[in-house]
Design a protein around this ligand. Structure first.
Ligand SMILES: Cc1ncc(COP(=O)(O)O)c(C=O)c1O
Length: 391
């Protein structure tokens, strides 16, 4: 059982509102805010380079805590500025050539799809999107056929899409990639922090995450996981800097032995310190327990909403995440928004240009996205569900 009272005490932002928006940018704890403020004040007095020397251990803790959460070693973790930055760095390490195939899914995040399209434009890579079955799960047999037929250079799958509630079976895809020896990149931006994400089970080469969502970290932070295989093969990002590589002479450089070869020298250490603190907090509580509680919250909300004829829940899939997407049957999004805002409910709106490709075939233009997390309570779920009955 989670100590919800203590968790809420640690989270000042959750008391004066119902905050159901962790899929956008969640609430940091008091300890995170305190650590970051103290660091900033030291920078104010001494300048950044002096302060960082006194925080070596606290900064190292970011790698230790991230590795613990993802079940890998510190050496597999690189700090990034957000999930997309981590994703771009991973892609930049792949030597794409004309005709190379990337297999991805219709549910992959739009920014990832944009990166693939850009690769297509510059290098002439082909993008193939695997089919989903009627229940929206990935057609694994079809996926394998695509792999055999196209011998892709890369398979890229988003674990939990930005909306639609779906959880994609990244572990089974990982088995295929390892069987056929194909590079495997997983976008875990919306899954890390709300469910157990174990890179050993997923067997990916790269995995990307952001700090500000279900991890409850500060903005401007992210994680890039890099497998031992990638490290052993001396794969490096297209543009390493003096953090990721060591300058030897005018013709040579040596790359960093760890995933830090994917990092750039400068970053906001204020944010790194805050990120380390939030990761420590999650590890202390235990991601298994958070995942279990989050599932209870989302199941409770979906069950209550299913009884409400005024609401249409748009989620798809057999295994569902903590992202609940909905519309009001006979009200506009603006009207739903007014209703939620008047009652101090925090939510987000998913617009058509940010949703997965499959969602663009829907007739709805927008949807409301609710994303409760482990500082929320069953009472809050009930309150929001009741409120949506009076819409
Ligand atoms: C599934 C998914 N992947 C990637 C991203 C991009 O994350 P970031 O803005 O941290 O780069 C998002 C953001 O909403 C997302 O939902």
């Amino acid at each position: 059982m989670l100590d919800i009272q203590q968790i809420r005490k640690d989270t000042p932002g959750c008391h004066d509102k119902v905050f159901f928006n962790s899929a956008s940018s969640s609430l940091v704890t008091q300890a995170v805010a305190d650590k970051m403020t103290a660091y900033l004040l030291e920078e104010q007095m001494h300048g950044g380079y002096k302060v960082v020397q006194a925080y070596v251990e606290a900064i190292q803790d970011f790698y230790t805590q991230a590795a613990r959460l993802l079940n890998c070693k510190d050496s597999n973790i690189a700090f990034s500025y957000n999930a997309t930055d981590a994703y771009a760095k991973a892609l930049s390490s792949i030597p794409f050539r004309s005709g190379d195939v990337i297999i991805t899914t219709d549910y992959d995040y739009i920014s990832n799809q944009l990166a693939f399209l850009s690769l297509k434009k510059r290098f002439g890579v082909q993008i193939i999107r695997a089919e989903n079955r009627a229940d929206n799960s990935l057609d694994i047999a079809g996926f394998e056929e695509l792999i055999i037929k196209h011998k892709p250079i890369l398979v890229a799958v988003t674990h939990v899409p930005t909306n639609s509630g779906l959880v994609q079976d990244v572990e089974t895809v990982g088995e295929l990639c390892s069987q056929y020896d194909i590079l495997y990149l997983v976008d875990a931006c919306q899954s890390v922090g709300q469910m157990v994400v174990d890179v050993q089970k997923i067997r990916c080469d790269f995995l990307t995450a952001t700090g500000r969502k279900f991890l409850r970290g500060p903005r401007g932070t992210g994680i890039l996981y890099v497998s031992n295989k990638i490290l052993r093969e001396n794969t490096l990002p297209l543009f390493p800097d003096m953090c990721g590589a060591e300058w030897i002479d005018s013709q040579h450089f040596k790359i960093h032995q760890t995933a830090r070869r994917f990092e750039l020298f400068d970053r906001s250490y204020i944010s790194v310190i805050g990120f380390a603190e939030t990761l420590k907090y999650i590890n202390h509580i235990g991601i298994h327990r958070i995942a279990e509680y989050d599932q209870q919250l989302s199941q409770q909300l979906r069950t209550l909403l299913s009884k409400n004829e005024k609401i249409q829940v748009l989620d798809r899939g057999t295994q569902l995440s903590n992202i609940i997407t909905l519309n009001a049957v006979s009200k506009t999004i603006a009207e739903v928004e007014t209703h939620l805002q008047r009652n101090n409910i925090y939510y987000s709106v998913s617009k058509l240009n940010t949703v997965p490709i499959t969602e663009t075939t829907r007739k709805e233009q927008f949807a409301i996205r609710l994303s409760p997390h482990y500082f929320n309570t069953p009472d809050e779920i009930e309150l929001v569900a009741t409120l949506l009955e009076t819409i």
